[in-house]
Design a protein around this ligand. Structure first.
Ligand code: PLP
Length: 361
């Protein structure tokens, strides 16, 4: 697998510098070395989340961060709205239901973004305790306009919980400025690191909500985790994935050195380039250009092909790994991830592999 180019929505490619750090002997987590590392990581994360509040590091995948948001902000029976545009919207709904919330899901359609008028109408009438929404719907390659969604939700005083698992650090998300109450992400996508960590930041209003939440929590108790982060020598309540913390500290240094605006610009160029190339091959995109993600591209598989054949051809012949569809889109689309660590050469290689698959199969 060492030679495989991962053009998937995570895990993504990890830069050499980060791999080197991730492969080192992990620090013990109750040592000066770790406290310094964790302080550094926490400072970097605040800059990337664009928040003044603490970012909490959890040893889990992104789903664990979503679960932590639900378990810490709500009480059984709380009425919440999940604005879903695909597989991961449905996952947020499932988590909310699993915790006994009175969750309602509104499906805006796989391949669409959230319709702001419909959303406003629902929030106006719904008396919801919160809105749960996905920033970048990885299953369909659609990016929601979170700035406008948050604006509407704030108009009706509804806290906004954002799954930014496949977006934070790749496309703009200004947590405080846009008035978002919880943002969740993970290590293995735009943050260019191995899997193992999720990250969650809460607004002041959301931290207030944690005081009255009565849902069971222990490992994912964010208030306990926050106490650790706020110590002069910050730590975590239990042993964290130290190697991944070392990796993300390095990777976030690299992102910040490059400058977030430069990263966003590059991602936007990659998104446009992929969509143009795909259209030139005569293929159709699942979403419209206006809502298409700059981090992952979902391509409709024409009748005469099998999705799995395209994926396997690219993998076996070119050592490029892309993914298929999820849920109802299984077999109907292929997805090319172009988030996180990517160079022009890597992208060109992937696009050529796609072209070769389409012309050879
Ligand atoms: N939310 C989104 C938007 C995702 O893309 C993913 C993973 O692809 C998840 C949640 C779940 O993350 P994980 O697989 O790290 O638990």
């Amino acid at each position: 697998m060492e030679d495989m180019l991962l053009m998937t929505p995570g895990p993504t490619m990890v830069p050499e510098e980060v791999k080197k750090v991730a492969g080192m002997q992990p620090f013990h987590h109750r040592t000066e070395e770790f406290y310094q590392l964790f302080s550094k990581l926490n400072e970097n994360l605040k800059k990337i989340f664009q928040t003044k509040n603490e970012v909490i590091t959890l040893t889990s995948s992104g789903t664990g961060g979503m679960e932590a948001a639900v378990a810490n902000l709500f009480s059984a029976g709380d009425k919440v709205l999940v604005a879903s545009i695909g597989y991961f919207g449905e996952r947020f709904y499932d988590i909310a239901r699993a915790y006994g919330l009175d969750a309602e899901i509104y499906d805006f359609g796989w391949g669409n973004a959230v319709d702001l008028d419909i959303l406003e109408d629902k929030l106006k009438k719904g008396n919801y305790k919160a809105l749960l929404v996905t920033h970048n719907e990885t299953s369909t390659g659609v990016t929601n306009n979170i700035e406008n969604i948050a604006k509407i939700a704030n108009r009706y005083n509804v806290p906004v919980i954002v799954d930014a698992v496949s977006s934070l650090g790749g496309i703009p998300l200004k947590m405080d400025e846009w008035g978002i109450d919880a943002v969740i992400t993970c290590s293995q996508k735009c943050l260019m690191s191995p899997p193992g960590l999720s990250f969650i930041a809460l607004s002041d209003r959301a931290w207030e909500m944690t005081k009255t939440s009565n849902l069971p929590k222990y490992y994912f108790d964010l208030r306990k985790a926050r106490e650790g982060v706020l110590k002069p020598k910050p730590d975590t309540p239990a042993t964290p994935a130290v190697s991944t913390i070392m990796a993300v500290a390095k990777a976030t240094d690299m992102l910040l050195e490059k400058g977030l605006d430069n990263v966003y610009k590059k991602q936007s160029e990659y998104g446009k380039k992929v969509r143009k190339y795909v259209k030139e091959l005569g293929l159709d995109l699942l979403p419209s250009e206006e809502v298409a993600s700059n981090l992952i591209t979902a391509i409709k598989v024409p009748e005469r092909y099998k999705a799995s054949d395209i994926i396997n051809y690219m993998k076996e012949k070119h050592r490029v790994l892309i993914t298929g569809g999820q849920g109802p889109l299984k077999g109907k689309i292929i997805r090319i991830g172009h988030m996180g660590y990517l160079t022009d050469e890597m992208l060109d290689k992937a696009l050529y592999a796609l072209k070769d698959a389409i012309s050879s199969l």
